[in-house]
Write a new protein. Structure first.
Lengths: 128, 399
């Protein structure tokens, strides 16, 4: 592996960590604590992220629904997952946590709603 | 919602007035995660965080007026009179003993950063682009440049990249990003979006639609360097150039303002200089964590309920932002009561000590390995003895 420079985001120190070496012989320099090594190892071997985006819906008053992956997914698969999400349209009014798709692009992770599509529909003001 | 729930919990009769049709304010369009890390020890998205608060509002059976604007505010001897308007009831009056202004903040506009000249389509504040994409499903452009490296700007750079737009670069006039490091890594580096420091936009090209921008390196005085100007082709320019507390509505009441925060001066109960008027969240000062926004809301709501029940104490002791501090909130204190104090450093510093002093006596001390202006800090100050007249908080070399 070529040398890689990373900024650790585990604490406000933001150490610049340089990673070199191969396989289980990775070398870390620049970190000021053990958390930095764990962070850098994960980032160079299998970086993962929670993907947040929106999906189209069938409802004109709520045209797109905010969603996220239920867990973290490989960073390298994000655009593949976006392709899957773009092909979907939500046909029911959902609440946060409800599942839209299972096993996104073979990751084993589900896509869930994060917003409440029911609240505020035909909202009428309370009489005082 | 935090203030309303807290006020109700402490025995007040509460009315929550919101100009939008759905609860949650700006959180509705902040679909990225990272909300609630302190309060719930979870990384929630904005809508999920807002949903939890609205569930609490619903469970408490609070009266909520949506689609409702506050047209005017007046204060008489012991109550506020509000002129409200909504589509169902027209214009009508409501009176209240205490008022909590949780009106948030707004974005600095292109005119405020001196982008003058033609007004081609394609110049958006980062928050407007966020609203269009995340709530309406419209992509504001295909080839996008971002001026300013605030958190929303970096988050929108990632959002646009995910939706298939090309983000040509983020341009920051200062020598370091103005947003959080996490966003620099996960929004820009993850998507190979270039960040140009010490660089600014000097001109927007295009008449009907943006066709490009001129960018230039800046010197130590932040002025563009002659001869460094280059043309960057793009159809959209996003501005992420700072936020300002939104308090225009309070003007008729005339609370004292703090020029450093842009919000009203408050004490640790979040009461302003106008008795019975409370402020919280981004309306008091711009926060970087929603957890602190809610925390100040809880304090304001609880205090407003206490005020209604006759606990009308007001802070008069001054808290001064001393050496190396950008600001402190609250700016006033009531003696004999614990106080949550928020502050920002004026610059990035390594290995510093924060010291709170009153009349030469040290009240509080805390060490920081690194402190940056974008990362707001919080301390808790123990109750002060009644003879204290002012407190000075400052940052200095670690000792």
């Amino acid at each position: 592996m070529e040398k890689r420079e990373l900024t650790c985001i585990q604490c406000p120190l933001s150490c610049r960590i340089t990673v070199s070496g191969e396989g289980d012989q990775l070398k870390f320099t620049g970190n000021q604590c053990k958390q930095g090594i764990e962070y850098a190892r994960q980032e160079v071997t299998n970086p993962t992220r929670t993907l947040t985006t929106t999906v189209a819906t069938a409802f004109p008053d709520f045209p797109v629904l905010p969603v996220r992956t239920a867990g973290e997914v490989p960073l390298g698969k994000i655009f593949e997952i976006m392709k899957v999400i773009r092909a979907v349209q939500v046909e029911q009014r959902l609440k946060p946590g409800e599942v839209i798709l299972e096993n996104l692009a073979g990751t084993g992770t589900a896509l869930i709603a994060t917003a409440d599509m029911c609240e505020g529909v035909n909202a009428t003001a309370v009489k005082l | 919602m935090a203030a309303a729930a807290a006020a109700a919990e402490h025995g007040a009769e509460v009315l929550l007035v919101d100009r939008e049709s759905r609860p949650g304010g700006i959180l509705k369009q902040c679909i990225h995660d990272g909300f609630g890390v302190i309060r719930y020890e979870e990384k929630l998205t904005g809508p999920e965080y807002a949903y939890r608060d609205f569930e609490a509002v619903r469970a408490a059976g609070l009266k909520v007026l949506n689609n409702t604007f506050v047209l005017d505010l007046k204060k008489s001897e012991d109550s506020f009179s509000l002129l409200l308007q909504n589509p169902d009831q027209g214009a009508f009056q409501v009176s209240a003993t205490a008022l909590v202004a949780a009106t948030g903040c707004r974005e600095r506009t292109s005119r405020q950063v001196f982008i003058h000249g033609d007004r081609p389509a394609g110049i958006f504040s980062a928050g407007t682009a966020q609203n269009l994409i995340n709530l309406h499903g419209y992509l504001p452009g295909r080839r996008v440049a971002v001026l300013g490296s605030g958190d929303i700007g970096m988050i929108m750079a990632r959002r646009l990249a995910l939706e298939g737009a090309e983000v040509v670069g983020v341009y920051e006039i200062k020598s370091e990003p103005s947003g959080l490091t996490r966003n620099q890594v996960q929004c820009l580096e993850d998507y190979n979006i270039p960040l140009h420091l010490n660089t600014t936009v000097t001109k927007v090209h295009g008449t009907k639609r943006v066709t490009g921008i001129s960018v230039a390196a800046v010197g130590a005085d932040l002025k563009p360097l002659a001869g460094s100007e280059t043309f960057v082709s793009c159809d959209t320019l996003l501005l992420s150039v700072g936020l300002i507390p939104e308090n225009d509505i309070l003007e008729p009441l005339g609370p004292e303002f703090d020029a450093k925060t842009g919000g009203p001066v408050v004490d640790q109960r979040m009461m302003t200089s106008v008795p019975g008027l409370f402020s919280c969240g981004n309306a008091t000062h711009v926060n970087d964590m929603v957890d602190y926004v809610s925390e100040s809301g809880f304090i304001a709501g609880k205090s407003a309920a206490g005020y209604v029940q006759g606990g009308g104490k007001r802070g008069s002791l001054k808290v001064n932002a001393g050496k190396n501090l950008l600001y402190v909130v609250p700016q006033r204190l009531i003696t004999g009561e614990e106080a949550v104090i928020y502050f920002r450093s004026a610059k990035t510093m390594d290995r510093v000590t924060l010291v709170a002093q009153a009349a030469g006596k040290e009240l509080f001390r805390e060490k920081y390995l690194k402190i940056r202006p974008p990362e707001m800090q919080k301390i808790v100050l123990q109750p002060l003895p009644p003879e204290v007249e002012s407190v000075e908080i400052s940052l200095g070399e670690a000792t």
